[in-house]
Design a protein around this ligand. Structure first.
Ligand code: BT5
Length: 265
């Protein structure tokens, strides 16, 4: 029997923090991000969390979908109301990736890699993804929903054909069932801590932490952006989350969107 998430227990563990005092828990939702966005638009407080045991229409980025079978994984969205300008909103995705990587490291005993901008990989396979959605106008960031999907106790036999070669789970990696309640509590605590650090110390220390999980830093990479392909050395990220690429001859290009892979033979 798969163990079940125990939201009451998570809430108790988080009583002293800013995130997770309210946890909206569902057996099934279309998407935790969709509901969290709606709740935030209706005035939900910072730190409210939406968790579901299954999603029927889990969202990835750019209209892609997130495989979300019941009872095995984690599908979670957090509402943030940061005091940041709209241009700085992507920092929250990077900060969330650091919190998620810290959590995975704790349960795995080894650091995962971050694939720019927001995939968490182990052994080159995707363990988790982040989808950040913001409500902004020209001057103000109203709220941000950080959505996190983690393959926790998903057995290899249940991976759909399309992602079988590219995805993994904590169960596949460790051969052990992970207590999702403990994982979720740890993740929310790490998000709380990293979010607080961003507020207090600004972005550079968080960017450095992000880069410590970024295996392609300093390496020759290939960036594919539709039909355009650029080669260069990945130098790191800048304050709006763009990947900084040093091209031959020394010119730099900031990559806003694209698929980045290692180019070395
Ligand atoms: C992401 O998109 O990686 C962001 C995923 C965010 C999911 C969470 S779950 C809680 C919250 N509520 C939501 O509705 N969404 C968020 P992207 O980088 O676009 O990656 C999507 C691609 O990853 C798909 O096209 C598949 O190739 C692959 N994929 C889909 N489901 C997967 C899974 N469970 N594990 C690994 N890879 C998967």
């Amino acid at each position: 029997m798969p163990e079940s998430l125990r939201p009451e227990e998570i809430r108790t563990q988080l009583a002293s923090g800013r995130l997770g005092k309210t946890i909206h828990y569902f057996i099934e939702l279309d998407s935790t991000n969709r509901l969290a966005y709606k709740l935030a638009a209706e005035g939900a407080a910072e730190g409210e969390v939406v968790v579901a045991e299954a999603q029927t229409r889990g969202k990835g980025r750019l209209g892609r979908s997130w495989f979300s079978p019941p009872g095995l994984n984690l599908y979670l969205s957090v509402i943030l109301r940061p005091n940041l300008s709209p241009a700085d909103a992507p920092q929250l995705t990077l900060v969330s990736a650091v919190a998620l990587a810290d959590t995975v490291q704790r349960f795995l005993g080894a650091p995962p890699a971050i694939k720019w901008p927001n995939d968490i990989l182990v052994g080159g396979k995707k363990l988790a993804g982040i989808l950040t959605e913001s409500s902004v106008d020209a001057q103000r960031l109203h709220f941000v929903v950080v959505g996190i999907g983690v393959n926790v106790n998903l057995p290899a036999s249940m991976l759909p054909e399309e992602i079988r070669g590219a995805a993994t789970s904590l169960l596949i990696l460790t051969n052990k069932i992970v207590d999702r309640t403990a994982f979720t509590g740890e993740l929310i605590r790490n998000l709380d801590r990293c979010y607080g650090e961003l507020e207090q110390r600004g972005f550079p220390p968080m960017a450095a932490r992000w880069e410590s999980f970024f295996e392609l830093k300093g390496r020759k990479v290939k960036v594919e952006m539709g039909d355009r392909v650029v080669l260069g050395i990945a130098r790191g990220i800048d304050r709006d989350g763009a990947l900084v690429l040093e091209k031959q001859g020394g010119a730099t290009e900031r990559i806003i969107a694209g698929d980045v892979t290692r180019a070395e033979a």
